[in-house]
Design a protein around this ligand. Structure first.
Ligand code: ADP
Length: 634
């Protein structure tokens, strides 16, 4: 292949522009990113070589070399990993294949500070080299390919790049950064060692640098450090998770977490364990403190990687963690899984399932621990952790109610809600139960779009009057999730917007009697109402749940709520036509007016449409509603 000039994919050009303009406040991360790529390339070689040992050629020791040339002003990161073919260089270094790229680009605001955070999370990888370099040369040869099939890739990081075929004896990739004028301080052994120690110490491969030596100046004047031809390892070169816990500092755990998660903040919690039993493995799992921008992308790669005896095998999301724990980051390293079977077979294997179950339980105990600290924590910081976690990931955790039946009871205990007595999302089901009224036999809740809508719902009136707490749920997932939780610790969960209210023992005999009499007296009007609204309402009945409002809408016990049906519709999904039940307050002045009114039909429709408005819906025919109200006003 003679020299070719190709253009970057539009997204890359955009990303490159951002990288060079927003990441300069933390430029040194480029080294972490490039070393991490080098290490991934070695992982890939090791994995492919399991079935094809010839790929090692005559260099079985995988390593990364960092070197620099002061005169040429270049810094080179070289690995002897899997390497790139010519086509791979074009594809991988000219486009972004990552899932969520478009979503990521859409989120960029143009505000450099906010964007810098986002870019960090997205992981700029290779392109971060352009923070410090105005030109990058990559030379590579794929393991197993002939020496004549090497490739040189060069770019100034603007619109395009060049590729050409070269001779290259060594397998693997070397990335040479031509440093910008303001980045010359990276041409310094001490500085590079410092950065490697900070960000890349956990890398399992040896990272080598040339040794330096003191050289006296002429006639004893002005000596200097000079590079020798001898290489030394400058990191610990053992995977962090394989080291004994007591030798790892909190800072090292935090740095490792940041490196694998692209998070800027330290994790909220972690667990590092050796699990022994039918299968033996090490787990190092982290709970982040902040949700990534693509948390709602359920298909993205998980943050948990599976290794077998230190060889990276896969990061297949669902095989290692249930979807509802997709925020967990970390590493699982098995001591006894077979190395030479395909990923597909492994995913299906019973041992991997056992690891997944074990890791799920571990994450739940970490969360239980954080939840315990809410009350028992020794510092305000410890007490605040669970709330912080829940604000970021609570809605995701709830998906587990429908996904993970085996752990449903544990999950239910981890839930927190706002309620009619607490505006903050802090009420657990156990808290609620502990303060239930004498005679109360259900946990009441309501779902709505916003906290204000939930709080002002007419359906709550009687509960408020009787001082009964109601949980207020405003996450989109709530209704679906709660449909999988019919009871908590023996007490049924009851939506106040579904079915007829039965306050059971909470109503005294006199109230019950009065209600029955009112219903009886109202019967003839009710029949007329049903007839007038037969196209809109499934049924019309008298209720005791209302105090100040004339009417409200409810759905049948097992039905889908109006709110969920609206949400599905708005999302363009098929939603069943929900015909609600109209409940009327026979004590209300407006309802009393119905009997004998010449405007009966208009009043009936207004009652219905207003009930719909009150709970956040829109009348089917808004113009007709306005016409009716105006006719009465006039
Ligand atoms: P990411 O590593 O997140 O996929 P990068 O932009 O860092 O994204 O790299 C893009 C791709 O280029 C990688 O997925 C990999 O295929 C390839 N690549 C980068 N560096 C190397 C390397 N040192 N050796 C082999 N391939 C590499």
């Amino acid at each position: 292949m003679s020299k070719q000039t190709l253009s970057f994919q539009a997204e890359v050009a955009q990303l490159l522009h951002l990288v060079t303009h927003s990441l300069y406040s933390n430029p040194e991360i480029f080294l972490r990113e490039l070393i991490s790529n080098a290490s991934d390339a070695c992982d890939k070689l090791r994995f492919e070589a399991l079935n094809n040992p010839a790929l090692y050629e005559d260099a079985p020791n995988l390593e990364v070399r960092v070197s620099y040339d002061k005169d040429a002003r270049t810094l080179t990161i070289a690995d002897n990993g899997i390497g790139l073919s010519q086509q791979e260089a074009i594809d991988n270094l000219g486009t972004i294949a990552k899932s969520g790229t478009r979503e990521f680009m859409g989120r960029l605001s143009g505000d450099q500070k906010a964007d810098a955070q986002l870019i960090g999370q997205f992981g700029v990888g290779f392109y971060s080299g352009f923070i410090v370099a105005d030109k990058i040369t990559v030379e590579s040869r794929r393991a197993g390919a002939a020496a004549g099939e090497g490739v040189r890739w060069t770019s100034g990081g603007t619109g395009d790049f060049e590729v050409e075929t070269i001779e290259r004896a060594q397998r693997g990739t070397s990335v040479t950064l031509h440093l910008r004028d303001d980045a010359q301080d990276y041409l310094n052994t001490w500085k590079l060692k410092d950065i490697i120690g900070k960000y890349s110490d956990h890398i399992a491969l040896p990272i080598l640098m040339r040794k330096e030596e003191w050289k006296e100046g002429e006639e004893g004047k002005g000596g200097e450090m000079v590079l020798t031809d001898e290489w030394e390892t400058v990191n610990q070169a053992s995977a962090l998770w394989t080291r004994p816990k007591k030798n790892i500092t909190d800072e090292q755990y935090a740095e490792f977490y940041k490196a694998i998660s692209h998070d800027f903040e330290a994790p909220l919690a972690w667990a590092h364990n050796r699990v022994e039993g039918s299968s033996e493995y090490t787990q190092l799992l982290f709970i982040p403190g902040k949700a990534p921008f693509d948390l709602w992308n359920r298909d993205k790669k998980a943050g948990v990687k599976l290794y077998v005896k230190r060889v990276f095998i896969m990061d297949d999301a669902e095989a290692l963690m249930p979807t509802y724990l997709r925020f967990v980051k970390g590493v699982i390293d098995s001591a006894d899984l077979p190395l030479n079977v395909s990923r597909e077979l492994l995913q299906e294997s019973r041992d991997v399932k056992a690891i997944r179950d074990g890791s799920t339980k571990r994450v739940l105990s970490m969360l239980e621990d954080l939840a315990r600290q809410e009350k028992e924590g020794e510092s305000d910081e410890a007490k605040a952790k669970y709330g912080k976690f829940y604000a970021e990931f609570g809605a995701v955790l709830k998906e587990g109610l429908g996904e993970d039946f085996a752990n449903r009871d544990r999950l239910a205990k981890l839930l927190r809600f706002a309620s009619t007595t607490s505006d903050t999302v802090s009420v657990s089901l156990a808290d609620y139960k502990a303060r239930m009224k004498e005679g109360q036999d259900a946990i009441y809740y309501i779902t709505a779009d916003t906290l204000a809508a939930a709080k002002n719902s007419p359906q709550l009136e009687v509960f408020r009057k009787k001082g009964i707490e109601v949980l207020l749920m405003t996450d989109r997932v709530d209704e679906w999730a709660l449909s999988h939780l019919s009871e908590f610790d023996g007490t049924p969960m009851q939506s106040v917007a579904k079915g007829a209210v039965d306050l059971g023992k909470l109503q005294d005999e006199a109230e019950k009697k009065a209600a029955e009499e009112a219903a009886e007296a109202f019967k003839p009007v009710l029949a007329k109402l049903k007839e007038a609204l037969k196209d809109k309402a499934e049924d019309v009945r008298v209720t005791t749940r209302l105090v100040d409002s004339p009417a409200c809408l409810v759905v049948k016990d097992q039905g889908m709520s109006l709110q969920l049906a609206r949400m599905l519709k708005a999302a363009g999904q098929a939603a069943p036509e929900v015909k609600p039940v109209l409940e009327v307050n026979a004590d209300h002045a407006l309802v009393k007016k119905l009997d004998g009114s010449v405007h009966f039909n208009d009043l009936a429709h207004i009652l219905f449409d207003q009930a719909l408005l009150a709970e956040g819906g829109l009348p089917d025919d808004p113009a007709a509603y306005v016409r009716r109200v105006n006719a009465l006003l006039v």
